[in-house]
Design a protein. Structure first.
Length: 103
């Protein structure tokens, strides 16, 4: 699983029939800053993910990829590789908060 920030949405009017009606988001994976281990930092990559939880721009989300992305009830028959499976409320590393949605 990965941590990512929702950076936008993607609209595709022409796509395979099974993808019609599925919300697509652009997401940017994040990682723990290796120097300080006190904050999250971007990986500099952008990905497209199917949203199964109603995430919005600016939220940190939990992603799953590969064959695991097709194991949710919503995506089991879809040609997808990356899926948003959760909206993150907080992250604690080494007993310290590195992210809190409320702050």
């Amino acid at each position: 699983m990965l941590i990512a920030k929702v950076t936008g949405s993607l609209v595709s009017t022409e796509k395979v029939e099974s993808m019609v009606g599925h919300k697509l988001l652009t997401v940017e994976p994040y990682r723990l800053d290796p120097k300080t281990r006190k904050r999250l930092t971007t990986t500099g990559r952008v990905m497209v993910a199917v949203d199964t939880v109603g995430a919005g721009v600016g939220e940190l989300v939990l992603l799953t990829q590969g064959s695991s992305a097709r194991l949710t009830p919503e995506t089991k028959s879809l040609p997808v590789d990356t899926v948003v499976i959760g909206i993150i409320d907080s992250i604690h590393i080494d007993h310290a908060s590195v992210y809190d949605k409320e702050k």
